[in-house]
Design a protein around this ligand. Structure first.
Ligand code: HAM
Length: 422
C-alpha cells in the first residue's frame, strides 16, 4: 500500500516554496524593523507547559494536542502554539533579569488535531511576536501596529481588525459570576462541551464554535461593562494610539479568544475573502502567563499569524511580487565530447554567483534548449565545435533570441552584465 502524508499535513514543493520565502522575508524584515529578534524553541515540550500555559479547559489542550510518551515515559507534546514556549525560555534563561522588554519573533510548524479543511491543518505554520516585561499600553499598540504594517507590506489592506479588552483576573471574576448567572437558566440549550465547562470557564461559551450556544445565551452581559478602572484606562490608551496612527478597528465584545492566558487587550485579524477560516492572526496581552509557567510576575503581549492563511490571502490578490526563483543561465552541450568543458563553464559561472544548470540525461541540443526554457533560464550558453576551436562562447538571450559570441576569458563578467537587464 502507498504511504501518504498524514491527514492535515502536506508537502511544500519547490514550485510553491518561493511564496513562503517571500512571505517569511516580509514577516522577519518588518519584525526586525520594530526591534524584534528571532528565537527558535523546540518543536516539542513537556505536556505540562501547555496545560498550565494555554489552559486546561481550552479546546487546544482538551482535544487538539499531539501528546505522546517518549521511551522514558515522559509526556511530551508537539507545540500547538509558540507563546508558552517563549515564556518557558524566558524563565529558563532568567531573561527577566536583563534588558526589558524582551522582544522576540519566531516562525515554524505548530500542531493541532482538528478537522482539516481549507485554511485549517494539523501541521500548520505560524509567525509570532512576543514582548515580555512591560505593562505599557503603548507596547500593545506597537504590537498591533507591527501586525498592520506586515499586512500592508503584503498588499493585504482589506482586513478587519477586531479589538477587545478581556480585563484582568479581578474584574473578570465579577463578570464570570454575572455570566454564570445569565447562562444557568438556559444551560440546556448549550452544546455538551459548554454544559460541562460553563461553570468553570463561562467565557469559553462566548468563544464556542457551535452556533446554537450563541443563540442560547443571547442578551448576555458584556465584559466591557465590568472592566475595572485600570483595565478601562489601558484599553482607552491602546485605542487612542491606534486611532492616532490611522489604524481602523472594530471594538468586538464577543472577542474572547480561545486560549486562557489573555488579560486586557485581545485582538484578531480577519480577511473575509479567504473563506470559513478567515482569522489570519490573533493575539493579546498575557500578564499572568510567565507566573503560571513557574516564573516571576512578568507581563507580556504578542500575536501569531497563520502562514497558510496569509498565503491564501496573498494568492487571492494574484500578487505579482511573488516570483519563483529559477536559474539564470543554462549551458547547452552541442556534442558529448565537450561535457568536460561544459562542466568547467558551469562551475565557473556558479562560483561567480550566477544560478546555472545543465542537462544530465543526454538530451539533444534542441531538447536542451526546451529544457532551459522550462527551467526559466534568461541566457543559454553553447559549447560546441565552433566555440571550442574559436575560444569563445555563444550566448543566446532566451527572450529576445539575440545571439552573440563572447571571448571565453570574459564570459562570467559578460554574463553578469547581461543579467543586470533582468
Ligand atoms: P491562535 O489564534 O490560536 O493564537 O492562532 C493564531 C493563528 O494561527 C490563527 O489566527 C490562524 O491563522 C493560525 N492557525 C491556528 N490554528 C490553525 C490551523 N489548525 N491551521 C492553520 N492555521 C491555524 C495563538 O496561537 C497564540 N499563541 C497567539 C499569540 C501570540 N497570542 C499572544 N502571543
Amino acid at each position: 500500500m502507498q504511504v501518504k502524508a498524514p491527514r492535515g499535513t502536506y508537502d511544500i514543493l519547490p514550485d510553491q516554496v518561493h511564496k513562503w520565502h517571500y512571505i517569511e522575508e516580509v514577516l522577519k524584515g518588518t519584525a526586525e524593523l520594530y526591534g524584534y529578534r528571532e528565537v527558535r524553541t523546540p518543536i516539542f515540550e513537556h505536556t505540562e507547559l501547555f496545560e498550565r500555559g494555554v489552559g486546561e479547559s481550552t479546546d487546544i489542550v482538551t482535544k487538539e494536542m499531539y501528546t505522546f510518551s517518549d521511551k522514558s515515559k515522559r509526556s511530551l507534546t508537539l507545540r500547538p502554539e509558540g507563546t508558552a514556549s517563549c515564556a518557558r525560555a524566558i524563565i529558563e534563561h532568567s531573561l527577566y533579569n536583563g534588558l526589558l522588554p524582551v522582544k522576540w519573533y519566531y516562525t515554524g510548524p505548530m500542531f493541532r488535531y482538528d478537522r482539516p479543511q481549507t485554511g485549517r491543518y494539523r501541521q500548520f505554520h505560524q509567525f509570532g511576536v512576543e514582548a515580555f516585561g512591560s505593562t505599557s499600553p503603548y507596547l500593545d499598540a506597537e504590537v498591533i501596529l507591527l501586525l498592520v504594517e506586515i499586512l500592508n507590506r503584503l498588499g493585504l489592506s482589506e482586513f478587519e481588525l477586531h479589538l477587545n479588552s478581556v480585563g484582568c483576573p479581578s474584574c473578570r471574576e465579577e463578570y464570570r459570576h454575572k455570566l454564570i448567572q445569565h447562562i444557568t437558566p438556559v444551560k440546556d440549550g448549550l452544546c455538551k462541551d459548554c454544559q460541562v465547562r460553563y461553570q468553570q470557564n463561562p467565557l469559553r461559551v462566548l468563544d464556542c464554535k457551535v452556533a446554537t450556544c450563541h443563540e442560547a445565551i443571547t442578551g448576555y452581559p458584556t465584559l466591557s461593562e465590568y472592566l475595572c478602572g485600570e483595565c478601562r484606562d489601558h484599553y482607552a490608551i491602546v485605542r487612542e494610539t491606534l486611532e492616532q496612527n490611522g489604524v481602523k478597528y472594530i471594538h468586538d465584545d464577543n472577542l474572547v479568544r480561545g486560549l486562557d492566558y489573555y488579560t486586557k487587550t485581545a485582538f484578531e485579524v480577519h480577511i473575509p475573502d479567504i473563506g470559513a477560516q478567515s482569522a489570519i492572526g490573533g493575539g493579546g496581552r498575557y500578564d499572568g502567563l510567565v507566573r503560571d509557567c513557574g516564573g516571576p510576575d512578568l507581563p507580556g503581549i504578542g500575536f501569531a499569524l497563520g502562514i497558510e492563511r496569509l498565503l491564501l490571502a496573498v494568492e487571492s490578490l494574484k500578487s505579482s511580487c511573488v516570483r519563483p526563483v529559477g536559474i539564470e543561465a543554462f549551458v547547452t552541450v552541442m556534442d558529448d565530447k565537450y561535457e568536460l568543458q561544459a562542466a568547467r563553464l558551469v562551475n565557473e559561472l556558479r562560483q561567480a554567483g550566477i544560478r546555472t544548470d545543465k542537462d544530465y540525461s543526454g538530451k539533444s541540443a534542441r531538447a536542451q534548449m526546451k529544457y532551459a526554457a522550462k527551467l526559466g533560464a534568461y541566457l543559454t550558453l553553447f559549447v560546441g565545435d565552433e566555440e571550442i576551436n574559436g575560444d569563445f562562447i555563444t550566448i543566446r538571450d532566451m527572450q529576445s533570441k539575440k545571439q552573440e559570441q563572447v571571448a571565453r576569458d570574459h564570459i562570467t563578467d559578460h554574463v553578469k552584465l547581461l543579467l543586470q537587464n533582468y
